[in-house]
Ligand binder design. Structure first.
Ligand code: 5GP
Length: 200
């Protein structure tokens, strides 16, 4: 998605350890106009998949996920990282190792919101080693729900997340794919944001 790539070039900052900082438009301050266009693009890509829920993880996945859910006309669920006192019902839970925070946390979704009739689109801001997407997939599996695919805003293709997820049979669609962040320069691969048609 050309507009996302241009914005990453303009406002993204490379941290020395292979981490890209996008806090001016995705992860802290959020550009709602760009997020809406991203949601509409994922809506087009997954239009034929009969998605019933969009699932993400708090907090930076929420903005693109809500616009994707709007585009598909379905609810959005975000997995919580900390258990809230108000989450009294039965939970779907799994542990996820955070690439940026370097800690393992338990993520949860109330069992009430996902079941075996659901066909889920997972959305997240970044794909590094695929641990967040794997954790969200596990929550869907616990509910008996199927996963149509994983929509990513920024894939760091020099890490093994895409391979890990596609090897597990999960289609990955990334709107921007970064080949490397060497010498503080962002080098893109061609994006793969073609329409997904699982033939359902
Ligand atoms: P993974 O679970 O695929 O290893 O890492 C993806 C998660 O780590 C995303 O949810 C995102 O929060 C975070 N992440 C991974 N790489 C980066 C990065 O380069 N920049 C930022 N801001 N977050 C990242």
């Amino acid at each position: 998605m050309r507009e996302l790539e241009e914005r990453i070039r303009q406002d993204g900052r490379v941290l020395s350890d292979g981490v890209l900082k996008v806090d001016g438009f995705i992860t802290h301050q959020v550009d709602p106009f760009l997020m809406k266009k991203i949601g509409q693009r994922f809506g087009e890509i997954f239009a034929k998949e009969n998605i019933t829920k969009v699932v993400t993880i708090e907090s930076s996945g929420i903005a693109p996920a809500i616009y994707t859910a709007e585009a598909l006309g379905v609810p959005m669920i975000f997995a919580r990282k900390a258990k809230s006192l108000t989450m009294t019902e039965e939970l779907l839970s799994t542990d996820v190792y955070s690439f940026t925070k370097q800690v393992t946390s338990t993520i949860s979704i109330s069992r009430r919101f996902l079941d075996a009739t659901d066909h889920v689109l997972i959305i997240d801001d970044f794909l590094a080693n695929g641990m967040a997407a794997k954790g969200l997939t596990e929550l869907c599996q616990q509910a008996g729900a199927s996963v149509a695919g994983i929509g990513i805003l920024i894939e760091k293709s020099f890490q093994n997340g895409r391979e890990f997820l596609t090897d597990a049979g999960l289609p990955v669609v990334s709107l921007a794919r970064i080949a490397n962040l060497e010498n503080g320069t962002i080098t893109f691969l061609p994006a793969d944001d073609q329409e997904v048609d699982g033939g359902q």
